[in-house]
Each structure stands twice: as C-alpha cells, then as structure tokens.
Design a protein around this ligand. Structure first.
Ligand SMILES: [Zn+2]
Ligand SMILES: [Zn+2]
Length: 396
C-alpha cells in the first residue's frame, strides 16, 4: 500500500478530526468531551475493540486485531492548556481561556487517521495495533501516562513496541525527526523551607536570618551542576520561586524556595536530591537554622530504544525520502511523559514538522498564536500507520 497516497486521500477526515478537537479544548484531567469523540470515532472507523474510560481513567484505548500475537502501540495525548487563543482562525477555540497550544489536537487526529488506514488493511497486519489516547500529559500532578500504565494499558494484549509523535513548529512541514538514545530530559520538582528565628532587622544577632541562609542555598545549589556533575552530562537546576518576609525591617522566620531539576541520565537524577540535601544540611547548620526538603520525581528522561530507533529511521527514509528525515543532534531539556511507557517497552518518540512561515505556523509551542500547517497531518498519519505495519511485518 502507498501509505502517503492513502493518507492524502483521507486528509479531509484528519483535518476535520483535528478542528473538532481544536475547537473544544479541555485542560489536563478534564478531557471528557475529547475522549467521548475519540471513542465514537474509533467505533465509526470500525476498530475491533474500543475501551472508553480505560481502567477508570479518562483515557481511550482501541485495538485493531491483525493476524499474529505481537502488538504495536501508537500513542496520542489529548489535553490542552490554560491559554487564551489568539490565532483568529475560523476553527479557533470556543472555550474561553483554554487552547490546544501544544498540538495535542493534531496528535489525536493523526492517530485516528492511522486507525482509519490500518483498519482497511487489517487482513495484511501481522499482529495487533493498540491505539492509546492519553489524558494529562501537560500537568505533572495528574500523570496521564503513568495512570494508564498502572491501569494495564501495556497488557492484554502485551505491547511489544510503542511510537509517539509530537508536532514541531521549528521543523519545516512534512519533515520528521528523531534519533537514537536520549531525546528529552527528566523533569522533577522540589521545594525547600528554611526556618530561622524572626527578629528586628536592626538586631540580627538576636535572630537567625532565613533570607541570608536562602541566598547561600541558591548559590550552593547552582554549584551542584557546575562542580559535582560531569560537565559532559547535561543537568539543569533552576530555582523558580523564592518567598519570604513581609517588611524591610523584619528578619522573617521562614523562606520558601521552589525549583526544577532536568537531566538525561537516571543515575545523576538519583544523586541530585542527595546533593541538594547535603547542601541544605551544611548551610542551615552553619547558621543555626533548620530546613524542610521535599523532592518529587516527575517524568523520567525520554530515551529512544536503539534498535527500534534504527528501524524507524530506515523506514522513514524509505517512506518520505532522505531529504525529509532529520536526525536530532541534540536532546532538549524539556520533559514528556511518553518516557513512562519507554520504561517498560521499547519505543521511539518522533517530531513532525508543522512549521510554514508563509502560513504563519512557526510560533512556538504553548504560544497563544501557535497553529500547525495542516498539510503535515497526512504525513504524520502515514508515518504512524506505516511504522506499525512495517514493524509487524518484520517482527510479527
Ligand atoms: Zn506542551
Ligand atoms: Zn505537547
């Protein structure tokens, strides 16, 4: 089958799916209308099994049953962002203050498109295709991927390999990029409370100055990256908030700091909170203060499986031509919970170019002016369905 040709034939369907989802965006954890639309569309397309509200989540899972035991999963995230859309397009968000500014509407549409193509060639599939529509990618606290995994999304039938795709306005329309190894960083958060002794600003010796301790803490935590981590291992440690004090003439009792840690390396990721705590202990003890430290692991680093990535690159070059494949030379320090699936099954995360200067689709992700070049949609659909088909052909 000519996957590109077939995907182009159903372009109107894919664009329509995208625009329906785009007009009614829902923030993380509230994707009720979207999941209902997805489930109905999967049934309409003729997908063999459709599970709405999968394992008591808002996720939807569809299964196309081919001939064979192996299973390929395709994943789309469904959530939007609390952003007020400013594209002025006819299909702009109809929900005040909520917008698909990260292109997850396109991900839903492309996986639905892939389902439509794959159902038509079901008798040629050497195994099953599981379509995973996941809520809650954008917010760390609701952990969409992890909840679906806990609910058994990678089991019954057991998933052997998984593919995910994300639109990218920095990449020209129709180009597809990926690489072997790390693609995105882990994303953890931490908070620190420093307790001292409040007093009059003119008598610092009567108190314990939490502001001074906090300033030492900020300094020292940044030295973790520059002095304890191998310079060839990228780590970002950023303190985003610092709060304490009410007046210029009072030394406050408490100062609170919040920050994030990003890394591509699981081993370093485990060491960072230990190093932070060592610094906190040393500094607060030196000044006679106390601390409270809370470190929360978010998504792990996203690491493409070597073998699957090599297969993917070879197949994409066959499908789109060498000129349309871009090898990602550098990972990004952003995070993505697709990494949770890759902890359990091999897989690959792809980027799809949707940037077109003339059409005004080069605004960054999460911008109120973000939009995609819809000509990229059939390309994404073709890539996903072709990879599923070819992987089963080779491994099923
Ligand atoms: Zn996003
Ligand atoms: Zn996104």
């Amino acid at each position: 089958m000519n996957f590109i040709g077939e995907a182009k034939k159903i372009k109107d369907f894919i664009v329509n799916y995208r625009r329906i989802v785009h007009q009614y965006p829902e923030i993380s954890g509230r994707e009720f209308r979207t999941s209902e639309f997805v489930a109905e569309t999967l049934k309409e397309i003729g997908v063999d099994e459709v599970y709405e509200g999968f394992g008591r989540t808002i996720g939807v899972v569809g299964i196309i049953k081919g001939k064979g035991d192996k299973t390929v999963a395709l994943r789309a995230d469904m959530d939007a962002l609390p952003v007020k859309e400013e594209t002025g397009k006819s299909y702009a968000s109809k929900v005040e203050g909520v917008m698909h500014a990260c292109g997850h509407d396109a991900h839903v549409a492309m996986v639905l498109g892939a389902a439509k193509l794959l159902v038509n060639i079901k008798n040629q599939l050497k195994g099953n295709v599981k379509l995973i529509f996941q809520p809650c990618e954008e917010r760390q606290d609701c952990r969409g991927a992890k909840r679906l995994i806990d609910a058994g999304v990678l089991k019954n039938p057991d998933v052997n390999v998984i593919f995910g795709i994300h639109v990218n306005p920095e990449l020209e329309t129709g180009k597809v990029a990926t690489c072997t190894g790390p693609v995105l960083a882990s994303s953890d958060v931490f908070s620190v409370k420093i307790f001292g002794k409040g007093t009059h600003a003119s008598k610092p010796h009567k108190g314990i100055d939490t502001v001074l301790i906090a300033s030492q803490v900020v300094n020292t935590l940044h030295h973790i990256v520059s002095r304890r981590v191998d310079p060839l291992d990228p780590v970002v440690l950023t303190i985003g908030t610092i709060k304490g004090g009410e007046a210029e003439n009072i030394i406050p009792e408490v100062v609170e700091l919040k920050g994030t840690v990003r890394t591509l390396n699981e081993k370093i990721r485990k060491e960072i909170p230990i190093w932070i705590e060592e610094a906190l202990k040393g500094i607060t003890t030196a000044y006679g203060g106390k601390y409270e430290f809370n470190y929360q692991e978010g998504t792990p680093p996203l690491i493409n499986d070597e073998k699957t990535a090599l297969f993917t690159i070879e197949e994409i070059v066959k499908l789109l031509g060498r000129e349309n494949f871009v090898y990602l030379k550098k990972p990004s320090m952003g995070g993505e919970d697709f990494a949770e699936y890759l902890k359990f099954v091999p897989g690959v995360y792809l980027r799809l170019g949707t940037g077109n200067r003339e059409k005004g689709t080069t605004f960054p992700l999460h911008s109120p002016k973000f939009d995609i070049d819809e000509d990229a949609l059939p390309v994404g659909t073709a890539v996903l369905s072709y990879l599923a088909f070819r992987w089963l052909e080779k491994n099923g």
